[in-house]
Design a protein around this ligand. Structure first.
Ligand SMILES: *Cc1c(COP(=O)(O)O)cnc(C)c1O
Length: 363
C-alpha cells in the first residue's frame, strides 16, 4: 500500500496552521487592527486598483520600484533606509520564508527562543532547515550569555526573533540584537520580526536603528497590523542591499501583483491617519494591562497590540467560557496563559465583562 497523496514523509499527518475563523461578535484572537481603513483611504485604494486594472494584461513591475521607495520613505521615520535596502512580498510570512529559502536549507540551522511565533518552525520545515530553540527567561526576555552560548554551539545561518515577541508582547533589548549580530557574524543573518513594531511603548527602540551597524541584520515589518491591512497581504524588510539581491534568486517571478502594489501604495499615502489609530490602540493596550493587573491577573509587559495574561489551572475552560459569551481570544503561549488582542474600547469592555463572569463561575 502506498499513501496517497505522495506527501513528503515529514509532512504526513500535519494539520495546516491557523487559528479558528469563527463568526462571533467580539474577535480578539489574531491581533488584527479592529479599525478598518478610513473612507478616504478606501476610495484611494479603489481608484488605484481601477488604474492598475487597465494594464492587467501586462506583468507587474517585477522590482516594485515605486512601492520600495514609499516603504523606504515610511521606515525613514525610525532610521535612514533607502529603496535598495527594501524588499517586499505577500505578507511578512512570505518575506521570512524567502529568507529561509535563501539563507537556510539542508545542512543549515535556524534558531529562535521559545515561547515564540508558531510559524517559524514551519518555514524551517518547508525549507529543510534544522530548527533549534533556546529558552526565554521567566519574564520572557532573552539572557545575553544564553544567546551567545546557543549561537556558539549551533552556528545558525538564520536567527529569527520577533520584537515585540508573539505571543508574549516582549520587545528585544537592543543589547540582545547587538550580541546576536556579533555572535552570528557574517556566516548568518539575524532577522528581527517587527510585525508589531509600531505598537511599541515610547522609549522602546526599533532594531531599524541598528541596521547601519550590522550588515547581517534584517528587520521585517508588515502592513497587516498597524496599517489595518491584514487582507492586503503586504510584508517587507529592511536590510543591506546585498541581502535583497540574494532574495531575488529565490522569489517567484512577479510575486507581487499589480493590484497588491497599487493598493499598498495607496494605503501608505494614508499612513498618518492609520497610525493615529495605532496611538488609540496603544492607550487601550495600556488600559487593558492595568485593568487585568488590578483584577489580580499576571500580565506580561506588552509592546504589542495584544497581551498575554494568566495564569489559569484550566485555560481551555476560560477560553471556552469567553467564547460562549461571544468573545473569541487565543489559546496560545506557555501553559496556563491566554492571549487577547486589543480591540476597540467597546470590544475590550465586552471582554472584561465576560472574563469577570467566567471567573465567577469557575470552580
Ligand atoms: C502577525 C504576525 C506577522 C505578520 O504576518 P503577515 O504575513 O505579514 O500577515 C509576522 N510575525 C508575527 C510574529 C506575527 O504575529
Amino acid at each position: 500500500m502506498v499513501d496517497f497523496p505522495p506527501l513528503r514523509e515529514e509532512l504526513r499527518g500535519i494539520a495546516p496552521y491557523g487559528a479558528p475563523q469563527l463568526d462571533v461578535p467580539v474577535q480578539l484572537n489574531v491581533n488584527e487592527n479592529p479599525y478598518g481603513p478610513s473612507p478616504a483611504c478606501v476610495d484611494d485604494i479603489a481608484s488605484s486598483v481601477v488604474e492598475a486594472a487597465r494594464t492587467l494584461n501586462r506583468y507587474p513591475d517585477r522590482e516594485f520600484v515605486a512601492l520600495r521607495a514609499a516603504l523606504a520613505d515610511y521606515l525613514s521615520r525610525d532610521a535612514r533606509v533607502t529603496p535598495e535596502m527594501v524588499w517586499a512580498a505577500n505578507g511578512s510570512n512570505e518575506v521570512m520564508l524567502q529568507l529561509l529559502q535563501a539563507f537556510g536549507g539542508p545542512g543549515r540551522t535556524a534558531v529562535s527562543f521559545a515561547p515564540t511565533y508558531s510559524m517559524y518552525p514551519e518555514y524551517a520545515r518547508d525549507t529543510s532547515t534544522r530548527w533549534v530553540t533556546g529558552r526565554r527567561e521567566d519574564d520572557f526576555s532573552i539572557d545575553l550569555e544564553a544567546a551567545r552560548v546557543l549561537v556558539a554551539e549551533e552556528r545558525p545561518s538564520v536567527v529569527l526573533l520577533p520584537s515585540p515577541n508573539n505571543p508574549t508582547g516582549t520587545a528585544l533589548a537592543p543589547e540582545v540584537v547587538t550580541t546576536l549580530c556579533e555572535a552570528v557574524g557574517e556566516s548568518g543573518v539575524v532577522v528581527v520580526d517587527e510585525a508589531y513594531g509600531e505598537f511599541r511603548r515610547s522609549g522602546t527602540p526599533s532594531a531599524l536603528e541598528q541596521l547601519s551597524a550590522y550588515r547581517n541584520l534584517v528587520v521585517t515589518r508588515t502592513m497587516s497590523k498597524a496599517f489595518a491591512g491584514a487582507g492586503l497581504r503586504l510584508g517587507y524588510l529592511a536590510a543591506d542591499p546585498a541581502i535583497c539581491d540574494a532574495i531575488r534568486v529565490v522569489r517567484l517571478p512577479y510575486h507581487l501583483s499589480a493590484v497588491t502594489q497599487a493598493a499598498a501604495l495607496a494605503a501608505l499615502r494614508h499612513a498618518p491617519e492609520l497610525l493615529g489609530k495605532v496611538d488609540e490602540l496603544r492607550a487601550e493596550r495600556d488600559r487593558t494591562v492595568a485593568w487585568l493587573r488590578g483584577e489580580g491577573f499576571e500580565v506580561a509587559d506588552s509592546d504589542a497590540n495584544f497581551c498575554l495574561f494568566g495564569t489559569f489551572g484550566d485555560r481551555h475552560a476560560v477560553w471556552q467560557g469567553l467564547l460562549d459569551r461571544g468573545v473569541l481570544i487565543r489559546e496560545t503561549g506557555p501553559d496556563g496563559w491566554l492571549r487577547v488582542s486589543i480591540g476597540t474600547a467597546d470590544e475590550m469592555a465586552a471582554f472584561q465583562d465576560a472574563l469577570l463572569h467566567v471567573m465567577k463561575e469557575m470552580p
